[in-house]
Ligand binder design. Structure first.
Ligand SMILES: O=P(O)(O)OC[C@H]1O[C@H](O[C@H]2O[C@H](CO)[C@@H](O)[C@H](O)[C@H]2O)[C@H](O)[C@@H](O)[C@@H]1O
Length: 410
């Protein structure tokens, strides 16, 4: 049976160690090659073992680096081991695939999006999950991501966008810095252009509109003082609505003490780096280096990584001239966008429109790739990078023009 992993739907693939990746101490070439093909398309990979120490086994084979996470278990590979592997690659089961050696019961029970059984010794029996005799038979579809330079200009594609919007119930979610407002050297100097405020209020008069930002909730709320908006701060870890609604991602709260400690350590470690700016949000900690001399940046990044690595509750992410420390949980702007749709009672029915400019916005652009309209605001800071967006604009001004047109047809 032909089996295909689709990077647009499967964010991660979890591999059983025994019988899938290794057998009697030897690594299967088809496993090594499948993992490499997945990584090329941006799909995360983890390995789990029911009764063995994965780290040692993989280190002996020299392939530990092939996987983003390793999970050891004891006894048969029950759902708990698989769910832990998914958690470590920050992917919910429905968006992950699992490759097991024949017995797929646990993976099916745990609700994974795709389960593949490998029957290496003979013809696979017909069963409830796709089965292959070799991982060479597992195809990896090309990721639909495009280079920024290859994404259609939104204004050129306007008729197509308008046709998708007409007769639908759209909701609008926007990133703030670099998207609704232009980038400035000083994060405190950023203000929402009046034209963007006007169009946000115009959209919010008839539709759900949210600003989903890496800034602290209070900060983004104060900078986007438009009527009727929802706000999500700290990259979506804290959400507030126009009628007093308020929600914090529960696992994020558990990392606040670790963020406090990271803030103390980073203040000591980076305090003397010229131009470094530590920016604490309730559920995140940013270290800005836009004004740091280029020859000091690598040391600064290494210091942030060291501090974050000291706690398993934290992880590091990158943005435009900024490195951020976040709670190490399966939460990002994509999940926050889905939470908003659920909150509005519109999951599966509304047409989500999202615009963003940075790496962290890609989680939201990816989330709506199949059922929404994604717009990227171009910038040269990360070169001709890949994006999940369908359309591009050049700057926040051009986005305001696009939103104006959208407001006229919805
Ligand atoms: O998700 P966003 O709303 O885009 O927030 C991401 C970060 O934006 C801010 O930093 C960025 O904008 C600054 C002002 O233009 C710029 O100086 C910096 O280099 C950019 O990274 C904000 O200060 C951060 O807290 C946000 O996490």
């Amino acid at each position: 049976m032909a089996v295909s992993i689709e990077p647009g739907r499967h964010r991660a693939v979890l591999f059983d160690l025994d019988g899938v990746v290794t057998d009697a101490g030897a690594v299967f070439d088809d496993a090594r090659s499948l993992v490499a093909r997945l990584r090329e398309q941006g799909v995360r990979t983890a390995v789990f073992s029911a009764g063995r120490n994965c780290r040692d086994a993989l280190a002996r084979e020299g392939i530990a680096d092939l996987f983003d996470a390793r999970v050891d278990g004891s006894g048969p590979p029950g759902p708990a081991v698989l769910l832990e592997a998914a958690r470590r690659v920050r992917t919910e089961p429905r968006a992950a695939a699992v490759v097991v050696a024949e017995d797929a019961t646990a993976a099916r029970e745990a609700g994974f999006g795709l389960v593949i059984a490998v029957a290496r010794h003979g013809a696979p029996q017909p069963g409830p999950v796709p089965a292959v005799t070799s991982l060479a038979d597992v195809a990896v579809a090309a990721s639909p991501r495009l280079r920024l330079s290859a994404v259609s200009d939104a204004l050129d594609g306007w008729e197509e966008i308008a046709a998708r919007l007409r007769g639908r119930d759209p909701v609008f979610v926007f990133d703030f810095d670099g998207t609704l407002a232009p980038i400035r050297d000083d994060p405190d100097a950023v203000a929402l252009p009046p034209e963007n405020r006007r169009v946000l209020e115009q959209l919010a008069a008839h539709h759900h509109v949210a600003v989903l930002s890496g800034r602290d909730l209070q900060d983004v709320r104060a900078r986007v003082p438009a009527r009727g908006l929802w706000y999500a701060g700290s990259h979506g870890f804290e959400v507030a609505g126009p009628s007093g609604e308020h929600f914090c991602q529960p696992d994020g709260a558990a990392a606040v003490d670790d963020l406090d400690e990271a803030e103390r350590r980073l203040s000591a470690a980076c305090g003397s780096t010229p131009g470094a700016l530590i920016d604490r949000k309730r559920f995140a900690l940013a270290v800005h280096y836009r004004r740091t001399p280029p020859d000091s940046v690598d040391d600064l990044l290494a210091a942030v990584r060291d501090v974050a690595d000291a706690s398993s509750a934290l992880r590091v992410t990158r943005g435009r001239m900024v490195v951020e420390v976040l709670p190490n949980v399966a939460w990002d702007k994509g999940r926050a966008l889905r939470l908003l749709l659920d909150e509005w009672g519109l999951a599966g029915t509304a047409l989500p429109v999202f615009a963003g400019d940075d790496y962290t916005d890609e989680d939201a652009l990816r989330e709506i790739h199949h059922d929404g309209i994604g717009v990227v605001v171009r910038s040269a800071e990360h070169g001709d990078r890949l994006t999940w967006a369908h359309y591009a604009v050049d700057d926040p001004d051009e986005l305001a023009g696009l939103l104006d047109r959208m407001a006229a047809v919805v």
